[in-house]
Design a protein around this ligand. Structure first.
Ligand code: SME
Length: 161
């Protein structure tokens, strides 16, 4: 694929045009880094988002023995490590569930990598029943994410194994 097709219409329609393109971009490729990079780029371009990227669970010398470490992303530079249970990403990791935050200022412990971010969605990605990464999306607008995003982004992260 040389060029991403971005549909008009409502959010559902835009995702419906995006998902088959992401399937064809990722299906012949088993490298996680490459697939995460293209998914981040496609989401950023499609929805003109502020920040889209992945954090991966990595072993380290922290108290928990593991942290989320910055992976492929599109947008401004960001925090490199997030502790278990910290911020929106660390909470999604700990709870193994998608976090939708309509106003980051109202989320206790939100990690402000960039003060321009106003709302956020974080989707955990599972392998063998365990979270091994999260997809994090930040918007400059309040209340940008809803159940439609949750549904389609869950489908999209399942393209990464
Ligand atoms: N805001 C996130 C940190 C990651 S950056 O937004 C890219 C959080 O609270 O986990």
């Amino acid at each position: 694929m040389e060029k991403l097709e971005v549909s008009g219409g409502d959010k559902t329609r835009i995702y419906e045009v995006l998902v088959p393109q992401l399937i064809s971009l990722t299906e012949g490729e088993d490298d996680i880094c490459a697939n995460m990079a293209n998914i981040a780029a496609a989401l950023k371009e499609t929805f003109n988002l502020f920040w889209v990227g992945f954090y991966l669970v990595r072993e380290d010398s922290s108290q928990f023995g593991k942290s989320l470490v910055l992976g492929p992303f599109q947008g401004p530079v960001a925090c490199t490590r997030i502790a278990y249970g910290r911020g929106v990403c660390g909470t999604a990791w700990m709870e193994g569930k998608t976090m939708i935050v309509p106003d980051v200022d109202q989320f206790p412990g939100h990690i402000a990598c960039n003060s321009l971010s106003r709302s956020e969605i974080v989707v955990p990605i599972f392998r063998d029943g365990e979270v091994f990464a999260v997809l994090d999306i930040d918007s400059k607008d309040l209340d940008s994410f809803d159940e439609t995003d949750h549904t389609f982004l869950t489908m999209i992260v399942n393209l990464i194994h």
